[in-house]
Design a protein around this ligand. Structure first.
Ligand code: F6P
Length: 329
């Protein structure tokens, strides 16, 4: 069997260990792997990883020592051309031309939307791996990259706390997560933030200011407000203005972490998750499964239909929201 693998959408730390597992598991089982560079766009452009012999094949050594590398050695992209029907039909031709029987896309909801659309024209097998820092896919407790992104954001929070404490200031720290508060909530909890603003909960500015006044009266010298980029207020810059207008009792500063969270060597948790899911995706393909995502739920490896991974919003754990409130008091 010839299995195509690629990374698509926003890169995530842990994509490389996942790719390594796909290659090593498939080759160990006697199959061939074609590495498609630059996601769906690379598929359309027939942009493949080539080995020393000039063949479009990823051998065992092609993935040596990549588990510790951030980003993705295959590169990633968001393809406008693939969003069109003509683009997808062209992709089917390319897959046929290179005799690719199955695909393992590593990416997030956009990647899986693309895979589902492709499956309407192509009868090869598709098993996705959840590679996104956002952790917004149903069918897996955590996505590959989430743990590293949170670790990066917590490191930033710890450093900001030092200067916030020295100057008795409030910092608003915006973290990624277009439609999801997962990174924000985990960062806030691990970093000991006093306030979190998420798209899943109402961000009530007068209430936050009231809470800040109480905290100031109790002797708090510094405040961390973690804001998800998808928060309904519009993000940290806007929320900062709103807080100031509503009488925030602290001097404020704003920091947007942005793409910093997507870089860096993957945390061990992401290396292990990426490895497990990459191997599991290969086994699923070989067993004839298709149209599903490999995930880990309560420690067990499971397959979830691709359409179910993005059909519903993945709720943030209520219990963690409550815990944050208790600990921030
Ligand atoms: O989906 C991953 C993600 O990092 C989101 O958190 C963020 O909103 C988006 O990608 C940014 O995309 P881009 O890299 O295209 O600016």
């Amino acid at each position: 069997m010839r299995i195509g693998v690629f990374c698509s959408g926003g890169d995530a730390p842990g994509m490389n260990p996942c790719l390594r597992a796909v290659v090593r598991s498939a080759v160990a089982a006697g199959h061939e792997v074609v590495g498609i560079r630059r996601g769906y766009q690379g598929l359309l452009d027939e942009d493949f990883y080539v080995n020393a012999a000039g063949e479009p094949v990823m051998g065992l050594r092609s993935v040596s020592n990549i588990a510790k590398l951030g980003g993705t050695i295959l590169h990633s992209s968001r393809s406008e051309e693939f969003r069109t029907e003509a683009g997808r039909l062209k992709a089917v031709d390319v897959l046929g031309k290179h005799k690719i029987d199955a695909l393992i896309p590593i990416g997030g909801d956009g990647t899986f939307h693309g895979a589902v659309a492709l499956a309407q024209h192509w009868d090869g097998r598709i098993i996705g791996c959840p590679g996104t820092i956002d952790n917004d896919l149903m069918g897996t407790d955590y996505s590959i990259g989430f743990a590293t992104a949170v670790a990066t954001a917590v490191d930033a929070l710890d450093k900001l706390r030092d200067t916030a404490e020295s100057h008795e200031r409030l910092f608003l720290v915006e973290v990624m997560g277009r439609h999801s508060g997962y990174i924000a909530l985990y960062t806030a909890l691990a970093g000991g933030a006093e306030v979190v603003a998420l798209p899943e909960t109402e961000t009530n500015v007068p209430l936050i200011v009231q809470q800040l006044q109480v905290l100031k009266a109790r002797g708090k010298q510094s405040i961390m407000v973690v804001v998800a980029e998808g928060d309904e207020t519009g993000g940290a810059v806007v929320l900062n203005e709103d807080l100031k207008k509503a009488g925030c009792p602290f001097q404020t500063r704003v920091l947007t972490l942005g793409h910093l969270q997507r870089g860096g060597s993957p945390a061990p948790a992401d290396r292990i998750l990426g490895s497990r899911l990459g191997d599991f995706a290969v086994q699923a393909v070989l067993e004839g499964e298709t149209g599903a995502m490999a995930g880990a739920v309560n420690g067990q490896l499971v397959l979830t239909p691709l359409t179910d991974t993005y059909a519903k919003h993945k709720p943030v754990p209520e219990e963690l929201l409550d815990l944050l409130k208790t600990l921030a008091s």
